[in-house]
Design a protein around this ligand. Structure first.
Ligand code: FES
Length: 181
């Protein structure tokens, strides 16, 4: 008759099987943990990853206002900016002007050289940047000075008789337009 001990003992689990189950459990836990962490990480990094300025349409003015435009007209557009978790409204200057074909265009007033605000100088009939005397034609074309490119044109559309623009920031000192977030 076998000893009592050996009758009550469970059959020994093979070490390989045990470590496989433990590994499976660990892998499952790690996967669930990672899945749960994704929203948390996205939430935490949101201010870093998100654009500081969401691209959206801002009203520039009623289209009738610009029908007989003789020279660039300054307007302020309202945009929403994000600073970390904070959302703020800011006003940005733009110019409504016409291209060579006589169509309405909207120009960013930010100089493509070092970012000063460029005013339209009526008696000179051109934009003249006060910082380093960069000069631009009424349609934003570069006429002279240190700026590396024309004034930046913004996207436009007309909706319900209102001229709208999509304000955005561009990198300075580059020959080609490079959109900034
Ligand atoms: S910032 Fe406009 S010319 Fe330098």
């Amino acid at each position: 008759m076998p000893p009592l001990e050996s009758l009550t003992e469970e059959p020994p689990v093979e070490p390989n099987r045990r470590s496989f189950l433990a590994g499976l459990l660990a892998a499952g836990s790690a996967t669930v943990g990672a899945l749960l962490a994704v929203p948390l990480v996205r939430f935490t990094l949101h201010p870093v990853l998100a654009r500081t300025t969401e691209k959206s349409w801002s009203d520039v003015g009623k289209i009738d206002e610009f029908q007989n435009l003789a020279f660039p007209t300054k307007k302020l557009v309202t945009i929403e900016q994000r600073d970390g978790w904070r959302r703020t409204l800011a006003e940005k200057p733009v110019y409504v002007s016409k291209n060579e074909q006589g169509q309405l265009i909207v120009l960013s007033a930010v100089c493509t050289h070092l970012g000063c605000t460029v005013p339209w100088v009526e008696k000179e009939n051109k934009f003249i940047c006060p910082c380093h005397l960069g000069k631009f034609a009424a349609d934003g074309k570069l006429l002279g000075g240190p700026p590396p490119r024309n004034m930046d044109r913004l996207e436009t559309k007309i909706e319900d008789g209102v001229l709208k623009t999509q304000y955005q920031f561009f990198r300075q000192l580059t020959r080609n337009e490079e959109e900034l977030a």
